[in-house]
Structures are given as C-alpha cells and as structure tokens.
Design a protein around this ligand. Structure first.
Ligand SMILES: C[S@@+](CC[C@H](N)C(=O)[O-])C[C@H]1O[C@@H](n2cnc3c(N)ncnc32)[C@H](O)[C@@H]1O
Ligand SMILES: *[C@@H]1O[C@H](CO)[C@@H](O)[C@H](O)[C@H]1NC(C)=O
Length: 376
C-alpha cells in the first residue's frame, strides 16, 4: 500500500487529486484521535522542526545510503550505530514520534480494557519500581527522548531523574515539556553520549539508572553497561528494556532474518541482540544480574497492537506528508522519512506476531556493595 501510494504521488496530477482527500483526512485524524496531541503543522514549518528544511532531504538521503550499501545482505554484525548516525535519525523522526505516538517513545504491555496512555505509564512506573526509585533518590534515564517517561516517573515516585540524550532537539523539547508539566524541580536533562557517561558526569554518582528502549542503540552493550556501572553508587540498581531477539528466532529462517534486519534498518540499530548477550555484557561490566523477564509475554493486548490500530492514521499521514511536501509546506524528504518509519512499523509488527522479537525484554542488575573497594 505505501509503495503504491509513494509511486502514485510522484505523478503531480495524482498529487493534486489526493491533495483534498489527504489534507481533509489528515486534519480529521489529527483532530479526531486524542493521541495526536501535537499540532502537526508546527513540525512541518521548518522553523520549529528538528532539522532545517533542506537538511531533512539530505538527512534522509544519507540515512538511506547508509543502509543501501548492503541491502538484503542482513544487518548481521555490522556496527552502524555511531552516535552521529543515531543523532541524525532522531533529528529526522522526533516530530513524527511525538505527533503520532506521544511524549513517550516506547511500547507497552497492555491489559484488555486499559487505555494506551495508562499502559505506557504503567510500563514506565514498573521500571522505576524495579530499581527502587523513591523520594530522595536521583537516578539516570539513559536515552531519555523528549522525557515522557521521566515526567510520569517523577510524578509517580517523587524521586529525581536526570535524563541524557544524544539529540539536542530532544533536549529543547524535553526542557519545554518539563516546565509545562511543573516538574522542573525533579528533573534535569543533559545532552551527551551515553557511551561516555563517566566523562559527562565527571565523578558524580547516582542512586540508580534505567533505560527504556534506548540501550538497543549502543554499538557495544558491554561498553555501555561499563559506563553505567561507573556512575552508580555501590548497591545501586540498573534496569533496561532491551530490544532483543527471543528464543523463537531462527537464523536459518529467511523470514525471521528479513524481519529482524528490517527492524534494525528502520530504527537505526547496529544489530538485534539476545538476552544471553545482555546477561554476558552485564557480568563483564561487573554487575550482578538480578533477573530478566520478557514483558512482552505479559498482558492481554500484544504490544504491536498499538501500531496496527494506528495504521489507518499512519497511511493518511503518509498521504498528508506527500501533499504538504508537494505544496512546499513540509521540507523536501519529509515523506521519505515517513516511508522509513512505516517500513520499521511493518517489521516490528511481524516480529511481534512471530514472537521472535521483543522491545521490552527487562534486565535488572545491581552494582555489588563491595564494588567501591574494587574501583578504588
Ligand atoms: C526509542 S528512543 C526512547 C526514548 C525514551 N527512553 C522514551 O521511552 O521515550 C531512544 C533514545 O535513545 C537516545 N540515544 C540513542 N543513542 C544514544 C547515545 N549514544 N547517547 C545518548 N542517547 C542516545 C535517542 O536520542 C533517543 O532519545
Ligand atoms: C566492547 O566493549 C568491551 C568493553 O569496553 C570490549 O572489551 C570489547 O572488545 C568491545 N567489543 C567490540 C566488538 O568492540
């Protein structure tokens, strides 16, 4: 469907014809669906968007070139997730995420009858509880996005959260949204690379750390966990929702391989790891692994359902982006960015349906009490 729409939209007459439908449909969806909380037009003006107009086009081109180099060969062991590359990715897609999904850029295990928003908050509070966050504690949020999770977590726990993200545009959005939510006193946001945590925080030690669907971007899990270890106090806990292949993944099954490659490509991931990889990395970094649990196995509504429900809106958005780009309102390349996100979504859905992939494989680890002596 999206392919057909894409090629049809290259014909200018078709663009004009779908124009009316696209704009009306887009506005309808934006107004109708409560989860479109952000004014869609704000993002496309070029002034407030994450990238200047001409940069969107160049950004998506170089992003796609990166993957085209080895298309079809399998992402395998390629290490693509240089911070610069991930930063580019998030500059391209932050507005789309916020517009289409909300302020929290992650999935959730949802109960039947539970709203999407409630399930998102429950997912976030659960990870905070896993590291024992309470009033008086200060923990790190690794790869904090625009801070949806940190705001919900400080409200629920009274603890303090310091977020770090590589992407400067997200820092700005997060600051604005923290102020609007009245949680400035409990939140802090830093622009930086989480692969250099110890340098960024220069000797500062935290009472815990969590990462929500962000550690998947690290080019080396062991190196990341080591950095986290260094900025934690002894006895502190670190929990992460990892994007992982499950035991059902079969490397000899072409469908499985293609789906997982598609997930990596559409989401700027270096590779998709297994829980064994993460447990090994945690131990190598000096942590004691407390437990692991695939949260995707919880709940009555599969996590990928939220994307399926959003599909009609996504296709309308797709048409809308084409029209806005055509009339010069949206930066050139906007629709190409959306095409990439649709591709990511399709593969994520398949990965979820086949149960070969989980975006919420929880791993909880502890810095041993005796670690201070070892470090000193
Ligand atoms: C899928 S988003 C999740 C955001 C947030 N945890 C949430 O749930 O809303 C991944 C986040 O990781 C951040 N990130 C990726 N690589 C990073 C790096 N090397 N250093 C710091 N942040 C990084 C991205 O900027 C983005 O904010
Ligand atoms: C990942 O990082 C660890 C710890 O810094 C290092 O020992 C290992 O060689 C790295 N692996 C790769 C593939 O670079």
């Amino acid at each position: 469907m999206s392919e057909r729409v894409m090629s049809a939209l290259e014909d200018k007459r078709v663009q004009l014809v779908v124009g009316g439908v696209g704009i009306t449909g887009g506005i309808y969806v934006a107004v109708k669906l409560s989860w479109f909380r952000k004014n869609p037009f704000k993002s496309f003006g070029g002034k407030t968007g994450a990238m200047a107009k001409d940069l969107v086009d160049r950004g998506i081109q170089s992003y796609n070139e990166f993957f085209d180099q080895e298309d079809g060969k399998g992402v395998g062991s390629r290490i693509l997730s240089t911070p610069d590359f991930v930063n580019k990715f998030y500059s391209l897609i932050t507005d789309f995420y916020e517009y289409g999904w909300g302020e929290s850029f992650h999935f959730a295990a949802r109960e039947k009858g539970e709203s999407f928003e409630d399930s998102i908050i429950r997912q976030e509070v659960a990870i905070a509880e896993n590291i024992g966050l309470k009033e008086g504690m200060n923990v790190i949020d690794l790869g904090c996005g625009v801070g949806g999770p940190m705001r919900n977590i400080v409200k629920a726990t009274g603890g303090k959260v310091t977020g770090i993200t590589i992407n400067e545009y997200q820092v700005g959005r997060c600051t604005t949204l923290n102020k609007a939510a009245g949680v400035e006193h409990l939140t802090e946001i830093v622009q930086g690379n989480f692969m250099d945590l110890s340098k960024v925080f220069k000797g500062r030690k935290f009472d815990g750390a969590y990462a929500i669907e962000a550690a998947c971007h690290a080019s080396n899990t062991t190196a990341l966990y080591k950095e986290v270890f260094q900025v934690l106090k002894p006895g502190a806990l670190f929990a992460s929702y990892e994007w992982l292949r499950t035991d059902k993944y079969d490397p000899n099954n072409k469908v499985h391989v293609d789906v997982v490659d598609g997930i990596a490509e559409g989401n700027a991931l270096p590779e998709v790891r297994t829980i064994e990889d993460c447990v090994k990395a945690a131990k190598a970094a000096g942590f004691e692994v407390q437990f692991t649990f695939d949260r995707a196995t919880l709940g009555g509504v599969p996590w990928q359902q939220a994307m399926k429900s959003a599909r009609r809106a996504a296709y309308l958005t797709h048409i809308l982006t084409g029209v806005l780009e055509f009339i010069g309102f949206a930066p050139k390349g906007t629709q190409a960015v959306h095409t990439m996100l649709l591709k990511a979504a399709v593969n994520l859905e398949k990965g979820g349906d086949l149960e070969i992939f989980s975006p919420m494989y929880l791993i909880v680890m502890k810095k041993p009490m005796g670690a201070a002596a070892v470090e000193a």
